[in-house]
Each structure stands twice: as C-alpha cells, then as structure tokens.
Write a protein that binds this ligand. Structure first.
Ligand code: ADP
Ligand code: MG
Length: 227
C-alpha cells in the first residue's frame, strides 16, 4: 500500500542562466512500512526532495500525495496541521531547545498542538532509545548520539505515520551512527511507521530496504544498493 508518492515533481530555483533544477520531474512511490534511503552527491537535490515530501516547501509544479491526499492542494495553515500530525522530521542538527530538559523537548510539539501527552507511550520510546535515566538532563550535558536519540524520540512522540530524516548521522561517528540508525529502524518497525532517510554514508544506506539514487534532481535508480 502506497503511503507517499510524487508525480512529475519539479522544484526550480532562479531563472535564465541562474536556473537550478533542484528537483526535475521526479516520480517516486513509497509503501507503508518501508525503510527507504535516498542517496546522491551533495547538491543533487536530496534535501529539496525531502522538504517537498514533508510539505515543508511547495514545488514549482507536480504533486506529492500522502495517504492519497494531494498535500499541496491544502492551504498553508491546513498543510501545517496535516504535516504536524502525519510526519516526524529528524535533521542533521538536532534542533533541541537548550533551556528545556529531555522530557520537555520531546513533549513540546505535542503541547503546541494542544494534544494530550501519552505518558506511557513516551516512556516506552525513552526506554527503547536508552534514555530513561536522561529525562531531566539538559541537551548540553548529552553526547551527540544521545541528543540525536532525543530528536528521534521527539519525532516519534507524535505517532506520525511517516518519519523523514535528512542526514541524521551527519554529525556522528560511525559507531554511534550505526547504533542510532539501528535504534531508529527498530522503533519504526515497532510502531509500523514508514522511514525515508537521506544519507551519504554507504553503510547506513545498506541498512535500508530500498535505495533511491538522486542525480541532478532526477531519480537515477530505485532499488536495492547491490542490484
Ligand atoms: P542536497 O541535499 O542533495 O545536497 P539540495 O536539495 O540542498 O541538495 O540542493 C539542490 C540544488 O538546489 C543545489 O544546487 C542547491 O544549490 C539548490 N538550492 C537548494 N535550495 C535553494 C534555495 N533556497 N535557493 C536557490 N537554490 C537552492
Ligand atoms: Mg542536503
């Protein structure tokens, strides 16, 4: 069952001699529960694609469907609500709020949506991510790997059906990267979520079930890395 689909998606920046086709006629399809890695050189359009997939930015033309809904047919405020409920984002920089402790950082987005915090669910996430003793800690007392795990917990706390991650291990050493991605992979399986992750780390990309290779804004190849 498809959860995420793009049709003839384009995102162009600039014009005339400065025209950049960041995403150029891109049509991909991702099934519910899949773990897909997006790989490609720097500047190939990976982040632009991920932003469109999550409705963070509008395309020049083309469509993105989430659960068969054409998300860019929504007005900005409707799109913001849709995105907040459906999608969890994880970025290279953890974007934790320094003055809030781990627990507060994780529940903050839920409070912003004036939803009730599912305490048992968040305790479960923290346990699985090995953060149960860190609830009261401030971000600057944690290692990079721990901070990224907090960012993962924050993304999961909303029970989104889709997790979009942009180079989530970009600031971590390879051992920590493997640990964090293994945890993330287990978590999305546990909660039957779909994971789309940008990485330029081949070892990490091998952990995905499918790889989409992007070059100059185009999908070069879809399939297993060693096909
Ligand atoms: P990647 O994530 O694969 O490194 P990006 O999606 O960030 O690539 O960028 C793809 C191309 O689009 C690059 O040539 C980049 O310079 C260009 N680009 C991205 N964002 C903007 C922007 N806001 N304005 C102009 N050009 C942009
Ligand atoms: Mg990028």
């Amino acid at each position: 069952m498809k959860v995420l689909e793009t049709k003839n998606l384009k995102k162009y920046y600039g014009e005339n001699e400065n025209l950049v086709k960041a995403i150029d006629n891109n049509s991909i399809s991702i099934n519910k529960g899949e773990f897909v890695c997006i790989v490609g050189k720097s500047g190939s359009g990976k982040s632009t694609l991920l932003h469109m997939l999550g409705g963070l930015d509008r395309p020049t033309s083309g469509n993105v469907y989430i659960d068969n809904k054409d998300i860019f047919s929504l007005k900005d405020d409707e799109l913001a609500i849709f995105r907040r409920r459906k999608i969890g984002f994880i970025f290279q920089y953890y974007n934790l709020i320094p003055s809030l402790n781990v627990w507060e950082n994780i529940v903050l987005p839920i409070g912003l949506d004036s939803k009730k915090v599912d305490v048992d669910f968040i305790e479960d996430i923290l346990k699985n991510l090995g953060l149960e003793t860190k609830k009261d800690s401030l971000p600057n007392t944690l290692s990079g790997g721990q901070q990224q795990r907090v960012a993962i917990a924050r993304a999961l706390a909303f029970k989104p059906s889709i997790i979009l991650a942009d180079e989530p291990t970009g600031n971590l050493d390879s051992k920590t990267s493997d640990e964090v991605i293994t945890l993330l992979k287990n978590m999305v399986k546990r909660y039957s979520q779909t994971l789309v992750m940008i990485t330029h780390d081949e070892t990490i990309a091998q952990m995905g079930e499918r790889v989409i290779i992007i070059e100059d804004g185009k999908v070069l190849k879809e399939g297993a890395l060693n096909e």
